[in-house]
Ligand binder design. Structure first.
Ligand code: KIV
Length: 266
């Protein structure tokens, strides 16, 4: 088995100048393929709300659902670092709840948790880190605050917004976070943040200067025909492969071509 990826190894990748490759996963089968493919970091993202459960907002996913996804991903993963996304209201209500919920993600098989927010959540981050729970921060577009933000707009495009993001990143680093996701941030601003903090930045829609990149795996496989933001590169057309396989199966059943002799016990 190849060397297991740890938060320490992720930090070293930044100092060694090695880019970090990350993707989301929500189930055993896709985690297994990702892990065998050599991914460094698997995020059990609360994007499971959208792409797995079909909810309209990530805030609708529960602790129990996220724990189920985390256990499934753990069962398929040997090498990659697993990070579980803490769902809405599982850490904002107080540090005691945050510790208990984050601890349950570690018991489910994650090695770290991810929280959305900057300066405003540093007390919680510090408490988790002091308890022995590694934390990944997440700033820029934070989908759990979609109703406050008023949508999924680009971040860091004014000098004031840039300054605030840099302060948030430095505050997360000070609180002990081992890395930070930068979501939908102008590339120039993401570059400045990446240069200012010693911990790795993992970008999604934040340009090429981040220390690593993450995408939602169903987006990069082209599984969602209705959602194609500029920052997603589509690496395979799995939607059309699945559609044609399903249609062929239906046709074969109707025309009594399946099962054939090959698929029959005699
Ligand atoms: O939930 C998620 O998939 C995420 C990534 C977009 C970083 O938070």
């Amino acid at each position: 088995m190849k060397e297991k990826i740890t938060t320490i190894k992720i930090a070293k990748m930044k100092s060694d100048g090695e880019k970090i490759a990350a993707l989301t996963a929500y189930d055993y089968t896709s985690a297994k393929i990702l892990d065998k493919g050599g991914i460094d970091l698997i995020l059990v993202g609360d994007s499971a709300a959208n792409v797995f459960a079909g909810y309209d907002y990530t805030i609708k996913i529960s602790m129990d659902e996220m724990l189920y996804h985390t256990r499934a991903v753990k069962n398929g993963t040997e090498r990659a670092l697993i990070i579980a996304d803490m769902p809405f209201l599982s850490y904002q209500c107080g540090t005691d709840d945050a510790v208990k919920n984050a601890g349950n993600f570690l018991k489910a098989g994650a090695s770290a948790v991810k929280l959305e927010g900057g300066k405003a959540i540093t007390d919680i981050v510090k408490k988790l880190v002091d308890t022995g729970i590694p934390v990944m921060g997440h700033i820029g577009l934070t989908p759990q605050s979609v109703h406050k933000l008023g949508g999924y707009a680009l971040h860091g495009s004014t000098p004031e917004a840039e300054e605030k993001l840099i302060e948030d990143a430095l505050a997360l680093e000070d609180a002990g976070a081992f890395s930070i996701v930068l979501e939908k941030i102008v590339s120039k601003c993401a570059k400045k943040i990446t240069e200012k903090v010693k911990i790795p930045t993992i970008g999604i829609g934040a340009g090429k200067y981040c220390d690593g990149q993450i995408l939602v795996y169903t987006d990069m496989l082209g599984l969602n025909k209705e959602f194609h933001p500029k920052f997603v590169h589509i690496y395979a057309d799995i939607y059309n492969s699945m559609m044609s396989a399903f249609k062929n199966y239906i046709k074969d059943v109707k025309e009594q071509k399946f099962p054939s002799e090959n698929e029959t016990y005699t």
